[in-house]
Design a protein around this ligand. Structure first.
Ligand code: NAP
Length: 319
């Protein structure tokens, strides 16, 4: 049985990736920052918690990372753990940079020291491209990140590439554009809009307060995006891949779609300048042709179809 270690297993992607790997017959080991204070809601939602083995590991400690890899002898490590909020990275830049970069470097160095045949996946992000504006972004586009989060992800990405090029490790980097699901934390914009829409319908909130809704993003569906992570780890050559839908939508279009579908008055949308970020990417979308051609990943779903799914799932959570 193949053993895979997943960091960030309690997050959205960790939950969907665990489900996929379990379906493929893997033994899944989930690394937690602290077994006693962990929220298993997402894994419970997918009904897979009992099928996973968990262990504690402080990924910023080289010693702990070495111990855990020696203990489980995995064939694959998926590094999904990160302080993943762009907004929070502006209020906690040092913590974001420190954790997101050091955790990646520690795992790669441990693999180099212990067993160079262990395959490694890094959760990279479209936020690495930042203000560079030659759209669509491809694997060859230049990075100019505009947030501490983007900078941390760009650094971790280049560490990943460097261990491939310098030490011959099997390291892959999935450059994922925003992807959503019912398992997103409430603070992320799409989940926040849908959740608040139901709160308004149920008289728990009066309005939806948002920041700059004219920015455009390339949104996709998380359960489909984790398939690409798995595929790039099975391909015979390690590489970097863009995972995107190829189309950007403004937050305004998305809010209007959801409010129209749920018959909510658009006067209930309040723009609050306090939610604007110090530095913001206006528009961003990716070209995932390489991923589709090389890995046979297919992604045909429009984001409005994804919104329909998310609204239905949220409705069930509300009942
Ligand atoms: P998420 O739901 O926010 O999950 C983040 C995970 O990282 C959680 O399991 C969290 O554990 C863990 N984590 C955070 N800080 C940690 C720390 N200091 N020590 C140990 N664990 C820590 O993120 P996601 O949406 O699943 O994304 C997965 C990865 O893909 C992240 O690296 C993210 O940056 C990247 N990414 C996401 C997107 C997207 O649109 N979702 C796009 C591009 C890249 P706790 O449960 O203990 O908090």
């Amino acid at each position: 049985m193949k053993i895979a270690i997943i960091t960030g297993i309690t997050g959205q992607d960790g939950a969907y990736l665990s489900k996929l790997l379990l379906e493929k017959g893997y033994k899944v080991i989930g690394l937690l920052r602290d077994k006693n204070s962990i929220n298993f809601d997402k894994l419970n939602y997918l009904n897979i918690t009992k099928r996973i083995s968990f262990d504690n590991c402080d990924l910023t400690s080289m010693g702990e990372v070495i111990n855990v890899i020696n203990k489980y002898n995995p064939k694959e490590i998926y590094n999904l753990a990160a302080q993943s909020s762009v907004g929070m990275s502006f209020s906690n830049p040092i913590e974001t940079l420190n954790f997101n970069i050091l955790s990646t470097a520690n795992i790669l160095e441990a693999i180099r020291l212990i067993d160079k045949s262990i395959k490694f996946y890094q959760a990279s992000s479209s936020e690495m491209f930042g203000s560079y504006n030659a759209l669509p972004f491809t694997e060859k586009s230049i990075f100019h990140p505009v947030s501490p989060y983007g900078i941390s992800k760009a650094s971790a990405h280049w560490i990943t590439v460097n261990y491939r090029e310098s030490f011959g490790l099997f390291t892959t980097s999935g450059i994922l554009f925003n992807h959503e699901s019912v398992l997103r934390d409430n603070s992320f914009i799409i989940k926040k809009i849908i959740r608040t829409a139901f709160d308004i319908l149920n008289n728990k909130k009066e309005v939806l307060e948002v920041g700059n809704i004219d920015i455009k993003r390339d949104f996709g569906y998380a359960p489909k995006y984790v398939e690409a992570m798995y595929l790039m780890m099975q391909y015979d050559k390690p590489d970097d891949y863009i995972i995107s839908s190829g189309i950007s939508l403004s937050i305004r279009e998305i809010i209007y779609y959801i409010f129209d579908k749920l018959n909510i008055d658009k006067n209930k949308i309040i723009i609050n300048k306090e939610f604007f970020r110090p530095n913001e990417i206006e528009d961003i979308y990716g070209d995932s042709s390489k991923t589709k051609e090389v890995l046979n990943w297919n992604y045909e779903v429009s984001f409005f179809e994804v919104l329909d799914i998310l609204i239905e799932e949220e409705k069930k959570l509300y009942e």
